[in-house]
Design a protein around this ligand. Structure first.
Ligand SMILES: [Zn+2]
Length: 107
């Protein structure tokens, strides 16, 4: 299975973008007891929805004892509050990010 290995609070996870998720599901995080754990994110998500799903699933990956209501709320609030001009303009002014964006746009 492809994807990139990421660290989440001292554990390794494979981050996989895939179409292969149930219709009503944007992301999934494996149980912490699983040996080869993965975080799956629906491949066609973009922008705020992608950020919210990424934050949601990585919250689960970082701590499996926090409740679903909290994870849903904090990820939604974080994504919504970040996706504004004041945060995005600062985020996008980072030379490393600009380089990555240029690389993506040149493809
Ligand atoms: Zn969840």
């Amino acid at each position: 299975m492809s994807g990139r290995i990421i660290d989440m609070a001292w554990k390794k996870w494979r981050l996989i973008f895939t179409k292969d998720l149930p219709r009503d599901c944007d992301g999934l995080c494996d149980s912490h007891s699983q040996k080869r754990k993965s975080i799956k994110i629906k491949t066609d998500l973009t922008g705020q929805a992608l950020l919210e799903t990424f934050l949601h699933e990585t919250h689960h990956a970082g701590n499996d004892s926090i409740c679903e209501d909290y994870v849903e709320r904090i990820a939604r609030d974080q994504a919504a509050s970040f996706c504004h001009k004041d945060c995005l303009s600062r985020f996008l002014s980072c030379p490393r990010i600009v380089e990555l964006i240029n690389e993506i746009l040149e493809k």
